[in-house]
Write a protein that binds this ligand. Structure first.
Ligand code: NAD
Length: 296
């Protein structure tokens, strides 16, 4: 039957996730600091709250989909500091540091409730189509308890291990993505400068050993993949600001675990440069456009 579900963070991802939960017959109790985001969800049938304590008191599950470490941490501290329903399970689907997950989990547990990390991949289109992959960190019992709710928003719900392991999987995937996009952009740029036809070369790449998601589904050269952001002046898609955030988190956990990530670290610095040039809102495949204009 329909559950009472709290949802905090009604942005590009959260708004679609809330709609999908409502489509499956659940009652949604929502909060966002943006009035506009709240009104839009109210129109679709969600109950809007001005206070997360009250929201949590009405909810069997609470999902958070927020920008970063500090906002996630502050939100949970404010929401549960004066106590919480012991049967509520909190699910954070934001992309944050696995160490922040561990400390929030301890705090929620000290108040008597449960918490898991469940970051997602699939982007805004995946959120809209309810085809996200959820990477869950928690006990087997907790994974089983949240799986049904997450299935309303995604198609693959994977148990990655203990608290923080969902984030670990997410950060490792996004590090690979960030590196492979730069590799694709560099390679396409060189091929084109050497005189190869971009389409011919892309077809060779995509049927050869260099093939990857960035070269095939999301090629950064305009005019090759109709649905790719490269064809829309790099608008929409996955922002340079977000991949920079994810690579910063990967760099932090790599340093803390004494793990060499030469390419991940370099990719982080390259995307930071794009941000400092005012390209943070553009899709991260804009790295191709940047390289195209460089000569050295
Ligand atoms: P967004 O910026 O569109 O949405 C964030 C929402 O949180 C906004 O509506 C904002 O008003 C709200 N917010 C900010 N501070 C708040 C607070 N203190 N209390 C309540 N609400 C607050 O971001 P998004 O694209 O929806 O991403 C959300 C999270 O999901 C991020 O951690 C991001 O890294 C991750 N993520 C994003 C994508 C993507 O493609 N956009 C994919 C996977 C994961």
């Amino acid at each position: 039957g329909g559950k009472n579900i709290g949802f905090i963070g009604l942005g590009n991802m959260g708004a679609h996730m809330v709609s999908n939960l409502m489509n499956k017959g659940h009652t949604l109790h929502v909060y966002d600091i943006s009035e506009e985001a709240c009104r839009n969800m109210e129109k679709k049938g969600a109950k809007v709250y001005s206070d997360t304590v009250k929201l949590a008191s009405q909810s069997e599950f609470v999902v958070t989909m927020l920008p970063n470490n500090d906002i996630v941490s502050d939100t949970y501290h404010k929401m549960v500091q004066d106590g919480v329903r012991k049967d509520t399970i909190f699910i954070d689907s934001s992309t944050i540091d696995p160490n922040v997950v561990k400390s929030v989990q301890k705090y929620i547990k000290s108040k008597g409730a449960r918490f898991v990390d469940a970051p997602v991949s699939g982007g805004v289109p995946g959120a809209e189509a309810a085809t996200l992959t959820f990477m869950v960190g928690g006990t087997t019992e907790e994974y089983n308890a949240v799986k049904g709710i997450l299935e309303c928003m995604g198609k693959r719900i994977v148990h990655c291990g203990d608290y923080g392991m969902g984030q670990a999987a997410k950060l490792c995937n996004n590090m690979m993505l960030g590196i492979s996009m730069i590799g694709t952009a560099e390679t396409m740029n060189l091929a084109i400068r050497l005189g190869l036809n971009p389409k011919t070369f892309m077809e060779i790449l995509n049927s050869s050993t260099g093939r990857c998601w960035s070269s095939e589904a999301y090629n950064p050269v305009p005019g090759l993949v109709p649905t790719a952001p490269a064809n829309k002046d790099y608008a929409g898609g996955f922002s340079t600001a977000l991949i920079t955030k994810d690579l910063g988190l990967a760099s932090g956990v790599a340093t803390a675990s004494n793990t060499p990530i030469a390419l991940g670290g370099m990719a982080h610095q390259i995307y930071r440069t794009l941000n400092s040039k005012g390209l943070g809102n553009k899709d991260f495949s804009i790295i191709y456009d940047f390289l195209k204009n460089e000569k050295n």
